[in-house]
Design a protein around this ligand. Structure first.
Ligand SMILES: Cc1cc2nc3c(=O)[nH]c(=O)nc-3n(C[C@H](O)[C@H](O)[C@H](O)COP(=O)(O)OP(=O)(O)OC[C@H]3O[C@@H](n4cnc5c(N)ncnc54)[C@H](O)[C@@H]3O)c2cc1C
Length: 315
């Protein structure tokens, strides 16, 4: 049962910070409430004051900066807005595509990006997806404003680096580098994902279409690779060792090892898959054992690489 609490509706981020400072541990930020109210109902969290930030000035906007080629997403922007925004659909179609798969439409209508990231539930799609873009976080607290990599926000399950009186203001998402293509795959049978995996690749040349294009693709090499893995471990991570193992390798080598993966136990793909699985730090939970999740990472990394190379739609 919910214990009584008071709702405050600050108009600005500064007012919110000031109220957080005034009430201390008795208060917290309340956005869509899809996590917070549930946890309070279950008696896992208790606050006397909830600071409703949904109408705080400047937190609800999505804006695209064409000179910097980056998307700025206010922290109270809902999943549904990200899914349907014309700017997101035009400039970051992968984000819209993934947002469409978050939860169900009732949760997406009220659940916010900031709430998702600040709750730091390990089973989060945006946390893994946005790492692929090297997204940054803007926050404000009594010690001022700061901007830092999204990678630093989550410390572990349900724990972020935000101070008690610090508010997540926005997430800034730069475009992938020119010529880089990305893919995100998720898997699971529960309400939340068991695995979320992002892959982005930039090749040294853009192959044409048709059979000649496929020959060209095979001889291209990977200039830059990004791999992000979420939901399987305590927090979403970039698998940097796996990325380094892919860099400079030819697509032909990769495709060769894609065909033999699982049968020979050798080759580039096995190496990269094992690195990514280790870096994701899989843990046992109701979604499955750590061993099972390590296997999922390897399977979905293979599918993600195929998709990022434009060779299929495997999910
Ligand atoms: C049935 C169900 C299915 C789901 N499926 C998925 C899924 O498939 N993929 C996925 O990624 N997620 C999934 N989720 C999680 C969902 O995305 C989150 O519940 C939602 O985004 C949380 O946002 P909120 O605004 O409701 O957060 P709230 O509940 O309002 O807040 C959550 C936490 O974040 C803090 N907080 C909120 N905003 C800020 C801020 N601006 N600054 C500082 N702290 C803040 C709050 O104090 C609280 O601790 C699912 C949830 C449910 C209930």
């Amino acid at each position: 049962m919910l214990r009584p609490f008071r709702i405050h509706q600050p108009a600005t981020v500064d007012d919110t910070v000031q109220l957080l400072g005034r009430f201390g541990e008795e208060a917290t930020v309340y956005a869509g409430g899809t996590e917070l109210l549930l946890a309070m109902k279950e008696g896992l969290l208790s606050y006397a004051h909830l600071l409703d930030v949904k109408n705080v000035d400047g937190l609800g906007q999505i804006s695209y900066n064409s000179s910097e080629q980056s998307l700025r997403i206010g922290s109270v922007v809902t999943h549904r807005s990200l899914e349907t925004s014309a700017e997101v659909l035009r400039e970051f179609p992968l984000i819209a595509e993934v947002e469409k798969t978050v939860a169900n439409v009732r949760v997406r209508n009220v659940g916010t990006l900031g709430g998702n990231l600040c709750f730091a539930e390990p089973h989060s799609d945006p946390a893994a997806l946005l790492l692929l873009y090297d997204a940054r976080v803007e926050s404000k607290g009594s010690r001022g404003s700061r901007t830092f990599p999204l990678e630093e926000l989550t410390l572990g399950p349900y724990e972020t680096c935000l101070e008690e009186d610090e508010v997540l203001v926005a997430v800034v998402v730069p475009q992938l580098p020119t010529g880089m293509t990305g893919a995100y795959l998720k898997f699971g049978y529960h309400a939340r994902p068991t695995l979320g995996l992002g892959v982005a690749l930039r090749l040294d040349r853009a192959p044409g279409v048709g059979s000649d294009g496929f020959q060209e693709l095979q001889s291209a090499s990977i200039q830059e690779a990004r791999v992000s893995v979420g939901s399987v471990g305590p927090k979403a991570v970039r698998a940097r060792e796996a990325e380094a193992a892919l860099q400079g390798k030819s697509v032909g080598d990769l495709l060769g090892s894609l065909n033999s993966a699982g049968s020979t136990g050798a080759g580039l793909l096995d190496e990269v898959g094992q690195l990514a699985a280790r870096e994701a730090d899989p843990m046992d939970d109701m979604h499955g054992s750590a061993e099972y999740k390590a296997h999922l990472v390897q399977v979905f990394l293979r599918r993600g690489l195929i998709k990022a190379l434009g060779l299929g739609q495997q999910t």
